[in-house]
Design a protein around this ligand. Structure first.
Ligand SMILES: Cc1cc2nc3c(=O)[nH]c(=O)nc-3n(C[C@H](O)[C@H](O)[C@H](O)COP(=O)(O)OP(=O)(O)OC[C@H]3O[C@@H](n4cnc5c(N)ncnc54)[C@H](O)[C@@H]3O)c2cc1C
Length: 408
């Protein structure tokens, strides 16, 4: 099936809707919650829960060609508004992606219902990273021991986005990765849904960060935390280490979460980069600097060359993102394309926002504009959901058809 890079009318409607929401609801409070790190942005949370999550009126959410591309368009628009506030929206987020990727229809209905309901705002989160397991997620030390009709979780999870909301507010949940059998390596790693407020799950605190400071990045400790065995996502069976160990559904199912989430992170990066580029263009126009896109390479000024390069980087990142998202819509494996998009967009946004600060000079460095904030918000896109290096490794493995054991 060919891939079209024209957005459908439906998605264009959504784009305009989220662009307005970003400008009117997010930008005015962006600086406030950057300065007041971790404070719950109640006006944004309430607005999103009551009005924002339903999408534009009359929009058909299941029209052909929409779906995942629309999720990426929403991420770009809202992160143009504020990436930290985007991550603080009451949604199932990565926890929901884990349930969608590895859960049964019954689990999807049970765990995702509060996110569609009329009750109080709820959050979802996914906890993989530990003090000694980040890029190498197969090194997870958190254990899940079967005891009667429950799994008992013990371990520490760090850097869990939306972890405070997900662990605290009733109806939310954290999808926790733990091993049921350390001797089985990856085969023993499974994901478990731990509902908010479960005894034994303790919020230690939130990380103070360079950027996306409105986002609650939590440390969670699990001490004899019991969850019903029906909260295991995927199959309980464990495949022992060996040539086929990486074929285990549990670990593979959980890893499939990234094929869905990396294009979203790439789209978030594009949104932050576009915010910075838009400000540069507005400022140049205000100063009466006309950009000559048709000037030959030898006649261009340094600023013209910089802006053209920023625009090209942004377009390239966006097109890779939409390709990876379209493949998801078509049900095609997109592991390579998701990592390509994430690697490209993570680097592009880092370069674009730095260049924007540079072009704008003292105004770019000052807190009078949001450009310095976007430069701080940018870097995380090159770290979470697989660092730049890890996504490049995945791309190399897929292109060369090497297993992870040969290229690590
Ligand atoms: C703000 C924030 C939010 C986060 N949210 C979440 C979340 O919601 N859930 C969650 O589970 N985790 C989350 N994380 C964790 C994030 O996914 C990890 O930090 C990331 O995967 C890197 O792992 P690490 O921190 O252990 O670094 P390391 O793996 O120790 O990496 C350190 C450096 O070594 C490089 N490196 C590592 N291995 C290789 C290799 N094989 N080849 C080449 N270079 C390599 C890395 O690229 C990096 O530059 C978050 C992190 C941050 C900062």
């Amino acid at each position: 099936m060919p891939i079209s890079f024209d957005l459908t009318d439906n998605t264009r409607t959504a784009q305009a809707h989220y662009r307005k929401m970003a400008a009117e609801q997010m930008r005015p409070i962006s600086r406030k919650y950057d300065l007041e790190e971790h404070t719950l942005p109640t006006e944004w949370v309430d607005y999103f829960w009551k009005e924002g999550r339903s999408g534009p009126q009359g929009m058909k959410l299941d029209a052909p060609g929409d779906g995942f591309v629309q999720v990426c368009v929403q991420a770009e628009e809202l992160c143009w508004g504020d990436a930290g506030l985007y991550l603080r929206m009451p949604t199932a987020a990565l926890g929901g992606s884990a349930v969608a990727a590895a859960g049964t229809p019954e689990q999807k209905a049970r765990f995702l219902a509060p996110f569609k309901g009329e009750g109080e705002p709820v959050w979802g989160a996914m906890a993989i990273t530990e003090p000694a397991a980040g890029s190498d997620s197969a090194a997870i030390q958190t254990t899940a021991d079967l005891d009667g009709d429950a799994y008992v979780l013990n371990g520490t999870k760090i850097f869990c986005t939306a972890g405070e909301g997900a662990a605290t507010f009733e109806g939310g949940f954290v999808a926790v990765w733990a091993t049921v059998d350390k001797s089985a390596g990856r085969g023993g790693i499974k994901a478990f849904v731990v509902p908010a407020g479960t005894p034994g799950m303790r919020l230690v605190g939130c990380e103070k960060k360079l950027g996306i400071r409105a986002s609650d990045t939590a440390t969670l400790v699990f001490e004899n935390c019991r969850v019903p065995k029906e909260n295991l996502l995927g199959r309980a069976e464990v495949k022992k280490k060996g040539p086929k160990s990486s074929g285990d559904k549990g670990f593979k199912g959980a890893m499939a979460t990234f094929d869905a989430s990396r294009p979203i992170v790439a789209a978030m990066a594009v949104g932050v980069g576009r915010a910075a580029l838009d400000t540069v263009l507005e400022e140049l126009e205000r100063q009466g600097v006309a950009l000559r896109y048709d000037a030959g390479p030898h006649a261009q000024t340094a600023v013209e060359r910089d802006v053209i390069e920023m625009e090209a980087e942004l377009q390239a990142a966006r097109l890779l993102t939409w390709r990876a998202a379209t493949m998801m819509n078509q049900g095609k494996p997109n592991n390579l394309e998701a990592s390509m998009a994430k690697a490209k967009a993570g680097l592009a946004v880092t370069k674009i926002t730095q260049k924007a600060v540079e072009i704008l000079g003292p105004a770019g460095y000052s807190k009078k504009l949001l450009v310095e904030k976007w430069m701080r918000d940018a870097k995380i896109n090159d770290i979470y959901e697989g660092t730049q290096q890890i996504n490049q490794l995945i791309v190399a493995r897929r292109i060369l058809d090497y297993p992870s054991s040969m290229l690590r």
